[in-house]
Design a protein around this ligand. Sequence first.
Ligand code: ADP
Length: 556
Amino acid sequence: MFAGTMMGFPLTINHLLERGRALFPEAEVVSRGPDKRVRCQSYEETYARAERLARALGRLGVKTGDRVATLSWNHAQHLECYLGVPAMGAVVHTLNIRLHPSELAYIANHARDVAIVVDRTLLPLLEKFRGALETVKHVIVVRDDGGPVAAPDLDYEALLAAETVAPHAPGFTPPAGPFSELPDENAAAMICYTSGTTGHPKGVAYSHRSTVLHAMAGSMRDSIGVSGDDVILPVVPMFHAAAWGFPYMAALNGAKLVFPGPHLDAESLLDLMASERVTIAAGVPTIWNGILARLDAEPKRWDLSAMRTMIIGGAAAPKSMIAAFEERHGLVVTHAWGMTETNPLGTLALVRPKIRARGGVAALEARASQGLPVPFVETRHVDDAGRVLPWDAATMGELEVRGPWVAKSYMSDEGADRFTSDGWFKTGDIVTIDADGYVRITDRSKDVIKSGGEWISSVALENALMAHPAILEAAVFAGRHDKWGERPIAAIVYKPGKTATNDELAAHLGEQFPKYWLPDLYVAIEQVPRNSTGKFLKTKLRDTYGDALLTKGSGG
Ligand code: ADP
């Protein structure tokens, strides 16, 4: 090799922290607490507080590579952990507050967390699994509701107040202290566990390098696009896949961050978007569904003129929702796909010039797809035998990805079969890819309905049903069937006061799908069961209704 002559300067979160202090100390971090009061601190204060936190953790015995857990909503203290813990060489481990206490205990023990930073309002949750924790030595309480902290727990603010930080001269070099030694760029910075729909939750350790590259790719204009002019509201929890990397994208660019705290209802979010003049907000479709309904009910109430784009991901954003935001409220949705295992940004539904030039519905179709891989993520899809499939918009296969922020293993041997011998990660998503490279998820591999020899996309049926005027939500899943193996069943949540007959629904779907795709059964339900990350829990629907077709003995 004729080696390049350039520096191997490490890609670390430390640089994000230093850059913020050196170049945009005045940029703001806004947090709304449980009492809905809004507090503001600058990047400079965030740096100083992250340094105090790192010093305090060091004093408590936290060393390089040690895991420090968080059990917190989105707020400035959580950001201080996101920045300060990795920059001191330790690893921040975000615990998902929506998991079952027994799962949380498993995860904290598996990661060997030595300390937990917990919101006081979440202490009741911690109490449910605290007794089962094997390695945690310190519980550090963020007094988000202002209440007292009982010994032996430690008060986050008191810990920070007990440390002294010397004033820093302008510039990039940190003085002696917890951030003066750069971690290796391949060292772990953050640990996230997948929600584990099968088997144990599995840990993924994002490295400094993957986190930084992910933040850079997300910041690009032909990506999410983040600049110092932006005001970012991550509705997506910081305990879920690094809040999609937004805290790091903001830190890299000096964008203002707005953290919503625990109030995630549509009205509270809309209030915050309007009052803080948010330009980018990000969350799962359920959140946006609620917001769309509120905007439809009171279209003039909130001034969202600053909003540039709303990033929707984590589950499929229905085309009807994307169109409704734009047509009725002039708001642009950017649909994104990703996974815990991909740091998490994988694909983004941007409209390339050639697509726009085609006119008609081409642009909306592209925006409703899961999109194009972001730079440095590569995509392919394969059949059951692992053969790579054509990009023909029709052939369904399992999506595989690779790239600098895609996991190459889990933190244990479990799930090893998801990593191919030629270096790709098997996503478990069934997709088509078109000639332009747009990925369309037709299903999770475990949810695709295998009727006779044909595959039926539950997601396509759900999206079509959710475009029906009487339907709020629909979940389509496989019912066991004597003759065909599986046939689709649709569970429907109607809008208040509305309903439709089976014949009307079949006629509605019949306009778009072949006859064999139409559900054999429609059941009206109160609400769709969901897992801890807000995704439809179809296993539960299958448990309840999965045998309904067998007893009916229908021939499909
Ligand atoms: P888990 O896989 O443990 O449920 P993740 O949060 O990592 O947790 O979820 C990743 C999965 O979420 C993807 O594999 C995909 O099935 C789904 N998903 C994420 N974004 C989208 C999207 N835009 N459209 C459809 N499905 C999505």
